[in-house]
Design a protein around this ligand. Structure first.
Ligand SMILES: [Fe+2]
Length: 160
């Protein structure tokens, strides 16, 4: 399962090994989305397509948004392609939770006054290869609030 302690990640995204290129999930998603509006995320395994043969294939792909499972697609070798498309939705609650934690304009724990509010939340894909085990990758996606106040847009540090 995705909580497995043996999950593998890219050691250096700029210098992936061939095994990493075939297993690290590639996440295609918009860089920013509006809260409440569903968006599609395509996950492909991997940058070099993984084989889908009876003795060696990708068993499933999962997508998580902000630590919550969005969906899981079970795969068969006969499907030929290790990819899945999920529909996710960011929420106003994700933005509220983030703004109490860290705003680079107002400081730690004191935001709530920015104009256009947003939060960068974590989008994580996990896949399971029947031979090489579990692999994951993640990226930040900015959720924009539909509630707009006067003032500047929130800006965020690089932390997820
Ligand atoms: Fe594999």
């Amino acid at each position: 399962m995705s909580s497995d302690i043996n999950i593998q990640r890219a050691k250096d995204h700029d210098n992936l090994t061939d095994t990493e290129k075939k297993h690290i999930p590639v996440i295609e998603a918009p860089s920013e989305v509006k809260a409440g509006e569903p968006f599609d995320v395509k996950v492909t395994v991997g940058a070099i397509p993984h084989v889908m043969e009876e003795e060696h294939y990708i068993k499933w792909i999962e997508l998580h948004l902000n630590g919550t499972l969005v969906g899981r697609k079970e795969l068969q070798a006969s499907e030929g392609k290790a990819e899945a498309t999920f529909t996710a939705v960011g929420t106003e609650e994700m933005i509220t939770a983030r703004e109490i934690r860290n705003c680079t304009i107002h400081g730690f724990g004191v935001c709530g006054t920015c104009g256009t509010k947003s939060a960068i939340v974590n989008l994580k894909a996990v896949e399971s290869c029947n031979v090489h085990g579990l692999w994951e990758d993640s990226k930040g996606i900015e959720i924009i609030s539909s509630v707009v106040k006067d003032g500047k847009k929130c800006t965020w540090g690089s932390q997820l």
